[in-house]
Design a protein around this ligand. Sequence first.
Ligand code: NAP
Length: 217
Amino acid sequence: MIGASRGIGLEFVRQYRELGDRVTATARDEAGRLRIQALGAQALRLDVADPDSVEALPAQLEGARFDLALYVAGVSSTAGATQPPPRDEFDHVMRTNVLGAMQVIPHVAPLVEAAGGKFAFLSSQMGYIGGTDSSFGWTYKASKAALNMVVKAAQQDYPRAMMVAISPGWVQTDMGGAGAPMTPEQSVTWMRPSLDGLTARHKGAFLNYDGRRFKGW
Ligand SMILES: NC(=O)c1ccc[n+]([C@@H]2O[C@H](COP(=O)([O-])OP(=O)(O)OC[C@H]3O[C@@H](n4cnc5c(N)ncnc54)[C@H](OP(=O)(O)O)[C@@H]3O)[C@@H](O)[C@H]2O)c1
């Protein structure tokens, strides 16, 4: 579980631990690491936007194999297309949501393949090109559409893993805000069976939290 210090990632840790699964999860800081550890999971430090931190990952994962890996780390932005995006905001969102996944995949996907497992990436309905009706959050939207492509492209190199992008819905977290209709518990409770139900025909797909595919994405 990559990016599990809080929000949806921490809830994934909580639910899988409750089911008795062995879980390894990452956080950027010590406070996040301790929240993961308190749920009985192995907690590692990882900042996906920092190449040095990602380079340190393989040594920490030596000998591991994963039935399920989740790339949850993400940051959002809200500005639309009436102004050019500030360069630092663009870099921050793209480095975390896209480059981070691209840096992590070559280290983690072989460990998923070794178990014949699944590798899911938290995308967003905002990355669904076919459903776009405003420019709100256009940098974030572009980052998640790019992530969907990253997943589909990488699937070709890791055929013994099943790789999907999945939207968690609109969820009450620091990112989603208090007005979101779903709690993290509800979102993860939807996503777990959707991930359980993946078959070979889902390889590289972009799914909603309930397991339905986004059409023509
Ligand atoms: N909430 C929603 O409504 C919603 C909707 C669609 C998609 N999503 C996606 O779902 C995922 C989880 O979102 P959330 O709602 O749980 O957000 P959140 O509460 O804001 O949590 C974001 C998580 O990503 C981690 N993260 C951010 N930058 C990172 C980095 N450079 N390296 C490692 N971890 C990093 C954060 O760690 P720190 O604690 O260290 O910051 C935190 O654990 C994201 O990919 C998001 O885009 C969420």
